[in-house]
Design a binder for this molecule. Structure first.
Ligand SMILES: [Zn+2]
Length: 443
């Protein structure tokens, strides 16, 4: 056993609690061999070790508009839709190299905050004039290269985008996204699936119909069937804005979730991103199908989207994952605490998401931490987000002496990490057994 594959922190988070005197041992394939009682290895003094965070919804390039949309535009009222125009302006001027650079910047920040895998909802496919590059996956591969160079895993969720909306004129700002037919989309997706960088286990692909607004039903069914036959994850923006819901009802006589449910498109491989403006019936159908919600509360509050009714999803038995989405701030633990905080403000109550059948002091924190880890891993289709033999050796450590959590008792450690940790407390990040961040610095 190579000693550089054994890590011995003060505390390690296993099976929902912190244990001491335990070492994480990694095999040659970058998987966890065992979590053993031993006292040799790389000593991580004053550190707690936790499974790597999984960011299930990202648009990496949007990092470039950070801080550039926080002012009144020429519209009377700013909204998601006016923000979208500003975002499109950026999307339409980035070169392939700039998309690589912006993505690398976003992924670097993710790595430094303990994120070890990302689901990248990638929709810029073409040149700014709408023409297809000689490699139709050039930009997707630039984003994968950025993740590779930073050292995190990536699920490239390749987006299908067919139209501006129901009975809506084509929008010239969307020409870089459009693939008119499911045949074209699937041809390009199959080329991506054959790309050499998708053979390593560090990168894989999924199917991402952008929304019911952007993808008509026949197209949607064709590509979701393709994904289900191959066991690929399916991600879709669902019910982010009330206008999307009303347009769907106008076109199909059903809300987005009702449409997906009655057409048999919901499954355990399906992740509904946002899923904010939904009915109790829609929540029940999501849970029944085993579909996963991806909440992006930092972005949702920035864009004025609304609050994900996570309490209702949990009561129905649905899983919830998390995404940094627009990258206005990259801190998945902040997203985890906001799930709870938004509901506290809405309901003027506390501990809204604490499970009813568990009154232990860490039960709420554990539930929120699962959203940031194992639920995200299930959403993007890999066996991570947990520390156990056979799982990927993807983890991060936090400095127990960081002022944001210093002095806490071990039984409160997870609640301190989930509710109070500063991002700067993240010290080491390891992906597939390789250290990419040490002492808070990227290699
Ligand atoms: Zn999104």
């Amino acid at each position: 056993m190579k000693m550089d594959r054994v890590w011995l922190p003060d505390w390690i988070y296993v099976n929902g609690r912190f244990e001491s005197g335990r070492a994480l041992v990694c095999d040659d394939d970058g998987k966890i061999l065992e979590i053993a009682n031993r006292d040799d290895g790389i000593r991580l003094k004053n550190r707690a070790l936790l499974p790597g965070l999984v960011n299930a919804h990202s648009h990496a390039f949007q990092r470039v508009i950070r801080g550039r949309t926080e002012h009144r535009s020429h519209h009377t009222t700013d909204s998601f839709w006016t923000w979208r125009e500003q975002m499109y302006a950026a999307a339409n001027r980035l070169s392939p190299e700039e998309i690589y650079t912006a993505s690398r910047l976003a992924f670097l920040e993710m790595a430094l905050t303990g994120i070890t895998a990302v689901g990248e909802f990638h929709y810029i496919h073409h040149a700014p004039d709408g023409s297809t590059y000689s490699d139709p996956n050039l930009l997707a591969r630039e984003v994968i290269r950025a993740a590779h160079d930073v050292g995190i895993r990536i699920a490239l969720l390749r987006v299908a985008y067919a139209r501006a909306g129901y009975e809506t004129e084509p929008n010239p700002q969307q020409v870089r996204f459009i693939e008119q037919s499911p045949d074209t989309y699937l041809k390009h997706l199959e080329q991506l699936l054959d790309a050499p960088e998708l053979k390593s286990g560090m990168a894989w692909a999924g199917v991402a119909p952008h929304s019911v607004r952007a993808v008509p039903l026949d197209y949607l069914k064709t590509i979701v069937t393709f994904a289900n036959e191959r066991g690929l994850p399916v991600h879709m923006h669902v019910a982010e804005q009330p206008a999307e819901v009303s347009a769907c009802i106008e076109e199909y006589g059903r809300s987005p979730v009702a449409l997906l449910d009655t057409e048999g498109l919901l499954s355990k491989h399906f992740t509904a991103v946002h899923a904010i403006h939904v009915t109790p019936k829609a929540i029940a159908s999501m849970a029944r199908a085993g579909a996963i919600v991806c909440a992006c509360p930092t972005t949702e509050r920035n864009l004025g989207d609304g609050v994900v009714p996570v309490d209702a999803y949990f009561d129905a038995g649905a899983r919830v994952s998390l995404g940094t989405d627009s990258q206005i701030q990259i801190d998945l633990l902040e997203d985890a605490r906001e799930l709870e905080y938004h509901l506290r403000l809405q309901k003027t109550a506390r501990n809204v998401l604490a499970p009813a059948d568990d009154d232990s002091s860490s039960a709420l924190a554990r539930r929120l931490f699962e959203c940031a880890t194992i639920n995200g891993a299930e959403s993007i289709g890999f066996n991570g987000g947990k520390l156990e033999p056979g799982a990927p050796a993807d983890f991060f450590t936090v400095d127990l002496n960081d002022l944001s959590i210093a002095g806490c008792a071990v039984e409160d450690l997870l609640a301190n990490i989930v509710f109070s940790l500063s991002r700067t407390a993240v010290r080491d990040v390891v992906v597939a057994g390789k250290q990419i961040v040490g002492h808070g610095l990227h290699r």
